[in-house]
Design a protein around this ligand. Structure first.
Ligand SMILES: [Zn+2]
Length: 676
């Protein structure tokens, strides 16, 4: 049985880098120096120099790389530094034809018959042979763990409307499995239009991913039963369409003691500031799915560039967020994967040294998993398999998770995957949920986008939803805020649907008792359809429906993220269950809030998402019995300090309001703790 290589009671930095065979001596000593200067005791070494090598090492190359890593492992051990391996077998970093480099009979093939000659078809038997040889070589290094990079999926899924791979071998295998022979065109048509065929196909895609994971783990464990095979979880939202449910692949990796898992952290840059909060979805959701009994090494990078693409402030925010999610072993890529010096971005060393106290302070107060508060988002890995409808675009089967976290998170509404009094369903997940759960959801507080409302109607719950989404509306121009109670100061205002996808707004055919909050208007400012409605159903449920579909990759969410929508959402949540917003920043308007409450302690992470610095915020508190006297915060040195002297109680009869005077620059979160 292996030892616990990550110390349990500290923040374990991991340097994640490529150690070049061509510059071994200089770089390995630099690694030692970097580790000493930053109090780092773990290094994760790539098997290849991504971008400047082919996508799959030859076995001879693999032997050279493995020997290089083994040599480094011995050298680093002299300074108490441990080594893990980051492997990839088809990461498509090279954009060029690989037929001269690798010997495969089948290459991934799109629905239109075109091939991607960078990536072997996952079914090709020659891949089994390769994986067995490749992982035997890597296992012989006896590193702590071997990660499969996030190429362990159907990377080309969605290209040219392709479901998985459409090569001849996939066609033949599916024919044998189903007894029905189909041409490529007929298969693609069936996958888009025949839900039963689609379900069988997704199962086949998923089974192969599980099988490959098992081949790798069996191979590794035949050489060394103590090496963990780890999963670099890719972006989660497309996985339901390829039969990957994270746990099925993780189980096949046969964890030795504790699974080793790396969640991704969203966009590899902070040039789009509004993507930082939704990018946290992947890490947060993986933690929710897999729980505490996992060694998480979240991906943290300025890679592949420097502060030109990712600021150290964002890196600090990412590590803070990882720690709040119980992920204490950040894997730091400081200089890309091409063998460059880990000192490429000089700021890292200073940063890791200076911020350790803050990180340890956050780790020491990290909330208990399962206690996160806010609007609950629900996603099911069977959502695509369960969808009975024809689909136009494979990518529409992705969960709209990023967009929901964008909309809620960027407008300051706490969200969660734990149980909560308010739920938000969007997309096709409804089709995968059992009737007992749907009835429970409909008898509570439920917010729906047009797709989820349509799915509930399909499931026979039109009477409980209060509307039936019909055809797409065209033309539309904007949305008028019409309800006085719910739009308050914004009644009579409009917000734009300038970038809303043309098919995204549905005609809501509403029940007589539904309350219309806003109207879609045309270019003559004529009201053509309801924009948002509320409905109270016979089950006692309070339902809110958006006429707009929230897509998985909508290019622009400004029709959803605006002052008017923020105001109405806040009124809707207050009408449904104010406790779903334990803390809400009333001013300024663009703060993110994350909350955890275990009954004894409320923890709120309050973050300025704006370039506009402020020295004062006003927060609404929706938790009974809290007083400013009991509020503490974590200072920059990681110490818990009283926040009381910075709080002025400005509550009214209707609202508990605290004015907090603290400098709040972009992304430097105020982590506030209130003990009861
Ligand atoms: Zn194939």
């Amino acid at each position: 049985m292996r030892d616990n290589f990550f110390a349990p009671d500290r923040v374990n930095y991991i340097l994640r880098t490529y150690l070049p065979t061509w510059n071994y001596e200089a770089r390995v000593e630099e690694i030692v120096r970097f580790c000493k200067e930053t109090d780092t005791h773990h290094v994760m070494l790539f098997t290849d120099a991504q971008h400047i090598c082919w996508n799959q090492l030859t076995l001879d190359e693999a032997k050279l790389e493995a020997a290089n890593i083994a040599k480094a492992k011995a050298r680093l051990a002299q300074d108490g530094i441990r080594v893990g391996i980051n492997s990839s077998y088809t990461m498509p970093q090279s954009r060029f034809d690989h037929r001269g480099q690798c010997d495969y009979d089948y290459w991934v093939t799109r629905a239109d018959g075109s091939c991607d000659h960078r990536i072997p078809c996952p079914l090709d038997p020659k891949l089994d042979t390769y994986l067995k040889a490749f992982y035997t070589i890597l296992a012989d290094v006896h590193a702590d763990y071997i990660y499969l990079d996030d190429d362990h999926r159907y990377l080309f899924h969605g290209d040219n409307n392709t479901f998985g791979c459409h090569c001849d071998l996939h066609l033949k295998t599916f024919t044998e499995r189903t007894g029905s022979e189909r041409t490529r065109e007929a298969l693609n048509d069936a996958l888009l239009n025949d839900a039963a065929v689609r379900r069988q196909w997704i199962e086949m895609l998923g089974e192969r991913l599980v099988e490959i994971a098992r081949i790798v783990s069996d191979t590794v464990h035949a050489v060394d039963p103590d090496v963990e095979v780890g999963q670099m979880v890719p972006c989660v939202h497309p996985l339901p369409a390829m039969g990957h449910s994270i746990t099925n692949v993780m189980d096949a990796m046969a964890p030795v003691t504790r699974p080793v898992v790396r969640p991704c952290i969203g966009p590899y840059g902070d040039t789009i500031r509004r993507h930082i909060i939704p990018g946290m979805f992947y890490l947060e959701f993986i933690g929710h799915v897999l729980g505490d009994d996992v060694d998480y090494t979240p991906e943290i990078e300025t890679t592949p560039h420097t502060r030109f693409s990712m600021s150290m402030t964002t890196v600090r925010f990412h590590i803070t967020q990882a720690l709040l999610n119980g992920m204490n072993n950040p894997a730091l890529s400081t200089s890309g994967y091409m063998g460059n010096s880990m000192f490429l971005e000089p700021e890292w060393v200073l940063f890791l040294r200076n911020e350790r106290a803050w990180f340890e302070g956050i780790r020491s107060i990290a909330p208990q998993r399962g206690t996160r508060c806010g609007v609950q988002l629900i996603f099911d890995f069977d959502s695509t398999k369960a969808n009975p409808n024809p689909i136009d675009d494979v990518n529409d089967q992705n969960w709209p998770a990023f967009m929901l976290c964008d909309v809620l998170g960027n407008m300051g509404f706490a969200y969660t995957f734990d149980d909560s009094p308010v739920r938000f369903l969007a997309g096709d997940t409804v089709y995968a949920l059992p009737d007992t759960q749907l009835q429970e959801l409909l008898s509570g507080n439920l917010i729906l986008d047009a797709s989820a409302a349509k799915a509930l109607v399909d499931r026979g719950y039109a009477g409980q939803v209060g509307c039936s989404p019909g055809e797409a509306i065209a033309p539309f121009g904007g949305e008028e805020c019409t309800d006085v109670d719910f739009f308050g100061p914004y009644v009579g205002d409009f917000f734009s649907h300038k970038a809303t996808p043309l098919q995204a707004i549905r005609q809501l055919n509403i029940a007589d008792s539904a309350k219309v909050l806003s109207h879609i208007i045309d270019h003559d400012r004529k009201r053509v359809a309801p924009g948002m409605i509320l409905f109270e159903n016979a089950l006692g449920g309070k339902i809110a429906v958006f006429a707009c579909r929230i897509g998985s990759s909508d290019p622009d969410t400004r029709h959803l993220v605006c002052y008017q929508r923020q105001w109405v959402m806040r009124q809707i949540l207050a009408w449904m269950a104010p406790e779903s917003m334990p803390v809400f920043v009333e001013s300024p308007k663009d703060f993110a809030v994350q909350c955890w409450d275990d009954g004894n302690r409320l923890l709120a992470c309050i973050t300025n998402l704006s370039y506009d610095n402020t020295d004062e915020i006003t927060v609404e508190i929706n938790v009974a019995g809290l007083t400013p006297a009991a509020v503490r915060y974590i200072d920059d040195d990681g110490a818990s300090q009283s926040l009381t002297e910075y709080i002025e109680d400005v509550s009214t009869d209707a609202q508990m309001l605290w004015r907090i005077q603290r400098p709040m620059p972009l992304l430097r979160s105020l982590v506030m703790i209130v003990e009861r």
